[in-house]
Design a protein around this ligand. Structure first.
Ligand SMILES: [Zn+2]
Length: 89
């Protein structure tokens, strides 16, 4: 089973900020998917083949730089989606 574990990081970080009114943007699933795909396109994929349990152990030991990259990529993606909302909510 091959996974890009940047997906887990982005999704995990996004879930901590998504239901926060401070984002001041539409928080529907469409906009969330837009943010996720934009953020992931800006991050170098990191593919791993392992079971989910192992995956999360690896995520725990990720370098701080990777976390910083995820946070800044998601933050940029949010700004882009906010300005280019593709639908009427
Ligand atoms: Zn939306």
């Amino acid at each position: 089973m091959i996974k890009n574990y940047m997906e887990y990081l982005v999704e995990d970080f996004l879930s901590t900020i998504w239901d926060n009114n401070k984002l001041n943007m539409c928080t529907c699933e469409k906009c969330k998917d837009d943010v996720m795909s934009l953020a992931l396109n800006n991050l170098k994929p990191h593919y791993v083949s392992s079971s989910e349990g192992e995956l999360f152990t690896k995520v725990e030991s990720l370098k701080q730089q990777t976390i910083t990259d995820v946070v800044s990529s998601v933050t940029n993606a949010i700004e882009i989606v906010k300005k280019n909302q593709r639908h009427n909510c």
